[in-house]
Design a protein around this ligand. Sequence first.
Ligand code: NAD
Length: 411
Amino acid sequence: MKRLAALLREHVSELAHLEAKSMGKPVSHYFDALGAASHLEHYSEAWASIQGQSSLNTPGHVTVTFRQPYGVVAVIIPWNVPLLFFFSKSAPALITGNTVVLKSSEKAPLTSARVAELIVEAGFPPGVFNILSGHGVPAGDVLAKHMDVRVLSFTGSSRTGKLLQENAAKTNLKKVVLELGGKSPALVFADANLSNAVEQTQASIQSNSGQVCMANSRIYVQKSIAEAFIEAFKTRFARVTIGDPTQSEVNHGPQADEIQYKNVTSYIEEGKKTGTLALGGQGLLESKNGFFVEPTVFLDTPEDARVMKEEIFGPVVLINTFETEEEAIRKANDTEYGLYASVFTKDISRAMRVAKALESGYVAINCTSPTTAKDLPFGGYKGSGQGREGWLYSMDNYLETKSVMIKLDDE
Ligand code: NAD
């Protein structure tokens, strides 16, 4: 695992270019391979924390638990940050003694295929770490239904997550770990540091052209500062450098493919019917010969509109206002998703009250996604997932627990 981490570090530039070519991520923002290497390095040293328990609580006995691998773990990853999910799942599965069959996304297969070569070069024993390229059906579907697969770890859309859960239940009831979609709210209160809130929330929805599960795609701003916030947000959001993602000055690439582009632009057209278009949304980038979407802002969209409820997965943000803390919490929680939420305020009591009330697996205070801490659990409330991942949590997903009791002779 350490040899593979070193190979990833050696090949960062090549991997960045492969990802730019397959799904359009700007090379200037490519952190995936270094993040992947750090997962491998961490888990390569984590074996010592695989521990069972022991007790003397049962008279005449010593009892212990063993933590043991499940056997075959299947991993299915999305296209938006492929190598990060590749290793946040496979590294803990391997160090706990399982073998892995990983399927990459058909929209971004190149880095995974190249890493398959690096796995061989690093010297993994044949059959331990297996990489497939292929579409959801049949390649992913076969894994979800396979009787030899005992754990299925998935990151992707809630739609596919539900299907995988169903297929697991219909076959061998394999354990399913799901990291799914989001419609993450950011709440900006009047006492917040305005420039910090603008900078953070804009970077969150613009990063990877809005193709991030935890992007703050809904922003709720307290009415008294709404005008100032929206003006500053629009100015910043309009300033991105759009173009060929292999060029180092570009920070806003195209959507991953035509399907994603059409999906995002159809949501923009629908958004125009329900809310007020305040930035972008004009299709002005069509001459650029790529699937580019302008940074787009909608204001005053009804809370029950489809664009408010569904994941758009593009550089499109819905900004609404609120008067009271209670109203902000109610609007933020009025969703089937619950992956990430953020709160901007200088009032620590309010920050903690709101953090407690938000139905979200992650709450950031005075910062927002994609910021995360490696030793905190990551995962969703409600339709955003099932289970948690993270340096202190992921190994548990890949370990069975066996109870063993020993009778003592003379007690
Ligand atoms: P997707 O669900 O379309 O595809 C994800 C993977 O599942 C791909 O490898 C695909 O080939 C496979 N797949 C599709 N249909 C399948 C089937 N019937 N059986 C088995 N496998 C199947 O998602 P996507 O478009 O690749 O990724 C974007 C989605 O992922 C967004 O919803 C985003 O929010 C979510 N996401 C979540 C997280 C998280 O950590 N919670 C992180 C990144 C992305």
